[in-house]
Write a protein that binds this ligand. Structure first.
Ligand code: FAD
Length: 467
C-alpha cells in the first residue's frame, strides 16, 4: 500500500548494493559526500549472497573426499566419515551472513544511508523508491547505477518449471542430487560440476558449443579435463537443450546433430549466461535519458559516466561480468562522483575459475600474443616440480608466461591449486609493465606456490633452475 510520497535529497545516489554499488557508495562517502544506497534485497548483491562466496564455500567443502584420501595416504587415518549436507549449508550461510554484516557495518561507519526498496527513475535527477508500504521520492545530484545481472532463462526451460533451477537455487539445495544436469559449460556451470561431482552427484553436462569452456584456451580445458573425471563424466557437446518434459523427475529434451536426446536427472541447472537488460529496464533508465545497447549494457566513458551526472558500473556496464571488475568500477565512479579525477584501467582484468585444479588467466594468451607480436617468448613451469605444491598434495597443472621479443611480460596462465592466489602477482607485474628480469630479480619466499611464476619467467629466458 502506498501511504504517500515523502521527498528527500542526496548528493550521490547509488542504485544496487552489490560489489559495484557498495564500493561506489563507500568511496564517495569516504570523500565526505552525502550518499544514499538503495537495495531491494541484500547488500553484497549476487557475489556475496548467491554467487562467488557461497559457491566457493561449497567447493571448499566438497573437496573433503580428496583431502581425506590424502590424509589417509600420509598416515593420518580418520575412519567413519559422515557428511551432513544441511550442516554444510548452514556453515556456508553463516559465512554469507558474517560478510553481509561486515558490509552493512562498513556502510554505516562511513555514513552511507542504506535504504531498502526498488528504485525507478522519474527523470535525470529524481528516483521513486518503492517498498512494500511506502513510496519515497529522492532527488540526487549524481547517481551510480549498479543493478547487476540475472541468470538468462532459456525458453522451454523457465525457472518456474519443476526441477529447473538457476545458480541461485543450486547454491541452496537441501540435499546433494544423485543426478544433476548442467546446461551450459561456462565457468559458472563448470564450478557447479566441480562441487556436486565431488559431493557425489552424477553430473551430466550439456553444452551447445563443440567443447566446454569455449571462452578459455583449448589447452587449459584439456588440462583440467585430463586431471579430473568430473569434467568428462557424461558430457554432451554440440547439444542444444530445448525443453523439459514435465511430470515425475525432470527429463531434458535436447538435440544433437539432428538427433533428439532425452536426458534425465533430479535437477536441471540452467547456467547459460547472465543478462543485464531486465534490471536496467526495470529501473526505467530511459526516463533518465539513457539507452541500453544491443548487448544489454549501458555504455560509459573511462570514468564510468553514461551522462553528465549518471554513472553505470559492474555487470550493467559490460563484460567481463566479474566481481573484481565491479569493485574497481564502483570505486572509480564513487571517486569521480565525489570530485576526484580518476579513470578505470581495464587492460588487465584477471579471470579465475575454481575448478580442480583452479585456472587463472591474465593479459594475453599465447595465441593472442602471436597474433599481435612477432617472436613471442613462452616460459613454462610444471607444478610437479614445485616443492610447495608437493608438500600440500598438489602438483597438477602448470604456469605459462608470455613475453615480447624485448622480454616485456604480456600475459600469464596458471592451472594449479591456488591459481586464484598466484594470479595476483602476474596481474601486478603486468600493471607495472614489468619485464621478465623484474620478476626473476624479485626474491620469492621458498617454498611457496608463487615461485612457479618466477620459474616460468626464468624458463622464458632459458635460465630455468628447477626444470
Ligand atoms: P550484483 O552483484 O548483481 O548486484 C546488483 C544489486 O542491485 C543486487 O543486490 C540487486 O538486488 C540490486 N538491484 C537491482 N535493481 C535494483 C533496483 N531497481 N533498486 C534497488 N536495488 C536493485 N565473479 C567473480 O569475480 N568471481 C567469482 O568467483 C564469481 N563467482 C560467481 C558465481 C556465481 C554462481 C555467480 C552467479 C556469479 C559469480 N560471479 C563471480 C559474478 C559476480 O557475482 C558478479 O560479477 C558481481 O556480483 C557483479 O556485481 P554488481 O554489483 O554489478 O551486481
Amino acid at each position: 500500500m502506498v501511504v504517500g510520497d515523502i521527498e528527500t535529497g542526496t548528493e550521490v545516489l547509488v542504485i544496487g548494493g552489490g560489489p559495484a554499488g557498495y564500493a561506489a557508495a563507500i568511496r564517495a562517502a569516504q570523500n565526505d559526500t552525502d550518499v544514499t544506497l538503495i537495495e531491494k534485497e541484500d547488500v553484497g548483491g549476487t557475489c556475496l549472497n548467491r554467487g562467488c562466496i557461497p559457491a566457493k564455500a561449497l567447493i571448499h567443502a566438497a573437496s573433503f573426499e580428496k583431502d581425506m584420501e590424502h590424509w589417509d595416504e600420509i598416515g593420518i587415518h580418520n575412519k567413519g566419515l559422515n557428511v551432513d549436507f544441511s550442516e554444510v549449508q548452514a556453515w556456508k550461510n553463516d559465512i554469507v551472513e558474517k560478510l553481509n554484516t561486515g558490509v552493512r557495518n562498513k556502510l554505516k561507519a562511513v555514513g552511507v544511508e542504506l535504504m531498502r526498496g526498488e528504485a525507478r527513475f522519474i527523470d535525470d535527477s529524481t528516483v521513486r523508491v518503492e517498498e512494500e508500504h511506502r513510496t519515497d521520492k529522492l532527488n540526487f545530484e549524481k547517481c551510480v547505477i549498479a543493478t547487476g545481472s540475472k541468470p538468462i532463462e532459456v525458453p522451454g526451460l523457465e525457472f518456474d518449471k519443476k526441477g529447473v533451477i538457476s545458480s541461485r537455487e543450486m547454491l541452496n539445495l537441501e540435499e546433494v542430487p544423485e543426478e544433476l544436469i548442467v546446461v551450459g559449460g561456462g565457468y559458472i556451470g563448470m564450478e557447479a560440476v566441480t562441487k556436486f561431482c565431488k559431493f557425489g552427484s552424477h553430473v551430466k553436462i550439456v553444452e551447445a558449443e563443440d567443447r566446454v569452456l569455449p571462452n578459455f584456451d583449448e589447452k587449459v580445458v584439456n588440462s583440467i579435463q585430463e586431471t579430473s573425471e568430473c569434467y568428462n563424466d557424461e558430457i554432451y557437446t554440440g547439444t542444444k537443450a530445448s525443453k523439459v518434459k514435465e511430470g515425475g523427475n525432470p527429463v531434458l529434451v535436447a538435440e544433437r546433430d539432428g538427433e533428439k536426446l532425452e536426458i534425465d536427472g533430479d535437477y536441471i541447472l540452467v547456467a547459460v549466461g547472465r543478462e543485464t537488460s531486465s534490471g536496467l529496464k526495470n529501473v526505467e533508465v530511459e526516463n533518465a535519458g539513457l539507452e541500453i545497447n544491443d548487448n544489454g549494457f549501458i555504455e560509459t566513458d573511462s570514468q564510468m559516466k553514461a551522462s553528465e551526472n549518471i554513472f553505470v558500473v559492474g555487470d550493467a556496464s559490460g563484460q567481463p561480468m566479474l566481481a573484481h571488475k565491479a569493485y574497481m568500477e564502483g570505486k572509480v565512479a564513487g571517486e569521480v562522483a565525489s570530485g576526484e579525477n580518476v579513470g578505470m584501467d581495464s587492460q588487465f582484468i584477471p579471470k579465475v575459475m575454481y575448478t580442480d585444479p583452479e585456472v587463472g588467466v591474465v593479459g594475453l594468451t599465447e595465441s593472442e600474443a602471436k597474433e599481435e607480436y612477432e617472436n613471442v617468448k613462452v616460459g613454462r613451469f610444471s607444478m610437479k616440480h614445485s616443492g610447495r605444491a608437493l608438500t600440500t598434495n598438489g602438483g597438477n597443472g602448470f604456469v605459462k608466461v608470455i613475453a615480447s621479443e624485448e622480454n616485456k611480460l604480456l600475459g600469464a596462465t596458471f592451472i594449479s591449486e591456488r591459481a586464484s592466489d598466484m594470479i595476483a602477482e602476474a596481474t601486478l607485474a603486468l600493471e607495472m609493465q614489468a619485464y621478465l628480469d623484474d620478476v626473476i630479480g624479485t626474491v620469492h619466499a621458498h617454498p611457496t606456490f608463487p615461485e612457479a611464476f618466477q620459474e616460468a619467467c626464468e624458463d622464458a629466458l632459458g635460465k630455468s633452475v628447477h626444470t
